[in-house]
Design a protein around this ligand. Structure first.
Ligand code: HSE
Length: 428
């Protein structure tokens, strides 16, 4: 066997420990598959004296991840620190500057700095791989960069944040309100340290922007992702959607349109009988559409020790085998920039708002919609208290621009008591 592949692992949280366990428990299998042993040389984390459930004493320790990244006795720097900037970025850049290959699970860092880091890696002839950054254990980065490399990718659709899918499906099954289920998810440890990353769609938006770059040969453009969170989804929305045969999902869509690259991560209604509609709990699903292959559906655990460590190991084993793929599927300098096209493709929308319950109120709303060219397909007023009534409207197919124009007129009608909830209906 040839010389071992030597790893330096920075970050010993759930994923880091998962990686250490796989390397220890499957050493023979990994060596056979890679054609050489895979070894951990040195490690780094914020706190050394912490019980992580396994002995780490045989690995050299570095307090500073940059020092780890620069060690002469490592070939691959495995970045599992997290965070878009700070130590993760400093150490990644230091590793690349020292000519090391990098494997990272850091979606935030790559969504914000992926282009410059990928260019730096290419300059140095270093590989930068990130399977674990998108959809946990689902090998979607590999599917796009390798399995589907012969295709023009036409669309990516997916549920890429397990916590949001857990919250939405738990609301559906329990009838509990968003805040109660959010508290449950928090108690179960499902939420990121900053929960806005999950529930505001930021984490999933990071992931979508990385897949878009590979799929469409464009520079990562996270700022071009239209983001809406799930915080305003009520149990009424869940129930009304179910009555109409839909489920609400935090849905990512990326596609090239005549107006540019559309990327959005927003709560949408999807048919309850579709694979996405049936996705339960913390599972992720990514649907890839290519001109030659048609549709591919990938589904699995989007987070957790085993699934995310499995994705890290996929990159590590590739490097051990000598497989070196450009970060975003082609040289970073070849990636183009595309104009941002937000919700270019028309669709029907679900609208919910609370109206003042007085004569002519509904007519004013209907006029605002009609004046903007938005046609009503279905309407329902359900329950009401002394002064207000919740109203649900489903529009015919319309553009987001026309809808936004209509919604902007509503405050001036003086009859709408709450900001409307507007959800796209995505027929898959
Ligand atoms: N918090 C993410 C999720 C996992 O719930 O899917 C890490 O990206």
């Amino acid at each position: 066997m040839t010389h071992p592949l030597r790893l330096g692992i920075a970050g010993l949280g759930t994923v880091g420990i998962g990686v250490v366990k796989i390397i220890r428990q499957k050493a023979d299998l990994l060596a056979k598959r890679s054609g050489r042993p895979i070894e951990i040389t040195a490690i780094s984390a914020r706190t050394r004296a912490k019980d992580r459930g396994i002995s780490l004493s045989k690995y050299a320790w570095e307090d500073d991840p940059v020092a780890l990244a620069e060690r002469d006795d490592i070939d691959v720097f495995v970045e599992l620190i997290g965070g878009s900037d700070g130590p993760a970025k400093e150490a990644t850049e230091a590793a690349i500057a020292a000519g090391k290959d990098v494997v990272t699970a850091n979606k935030a860092m790559l969504a914000l700095h992926g282009q410059s880091i990928a260019e730096a890696a290419e300059d140095k002839g270093a590989a930068l791989r990130f399977e674990a950054a998108v959809a946990g254990g689902i090998p979607v980065v590999k599917a796009l960069t390798e399995g589907l490399a012969g295709n023009e990718i036409t669309r990516i659709i997916g549920v890429m944040n397990g916590t949001c899918n857990y919250i939405l499906t738990r609301m559906q099954s329990s009838g509990l309100a968003y805040q109660e289920v959010f508290a449950e998810a928090n108690a179960l440890g499902y939420l990121e340290a900053d929960p806005r990353l999950d529930v505001d769609g930021i984490d999933a938006g990071h992931k979508l922007s990385l897949l878009s770059a590979i799929a469409f040969g464009t520079q990562v453009n996270f700022d071009g992702v239209r983001l809406e969170g799930i915080g305003r989804i009520s149990i009424d929305d869940i129930t009304q959607a179910a009555d109409m045969g839909y489920r609400i999902k935090l849905l990512g869509v990326a596609q090239k349109t005549p107006r540019g690259l559309e990327q959005r991560m927003t709560p949408c209604l999807v048919p309850a009988i579709s694979p996405l509609g049936q996705l339960e709990g913390g599972t992720n699903m990514v649907i890839l559409e290519g001109d030659a292959v048609g549709q591919i559906v990938l589904s699995g655990a989007g987070a957790g020790e085993g699934p995310t460590a499995s994705a890290v190991m996929s990159d590590v084993i590739d490097l051990a085998r000598g497989i070196r793929v450009p970060t975003f599927g082609m040289p970073a300098t070849e990636l183009t920039t595309a104009p941002v096209a937000q919700s270019a493709v028309p669709a029907p929308y679900y609208l919910r708002f609370t109206l003042q319950d007085k004569p002519g109120a509904l007519a004013k709303v209907a006029t605002a919609l009609g004046d903007a060219g938005v046609s009503i397909n279905r309407m329902r007023q359900y329950g009401h208290d002394a002064q207000t009534a919740p109203v649900l409207i489903v529009t015919h197919t319309t553009t987001r621009d026309a809808l936004d124009h209509a919604l902007a007129q509503l405050p001036a009608t003086g009859v709408v008591a709450t900001d409307p909830v507007a959800l796209r209906i995505e027929e898959l």
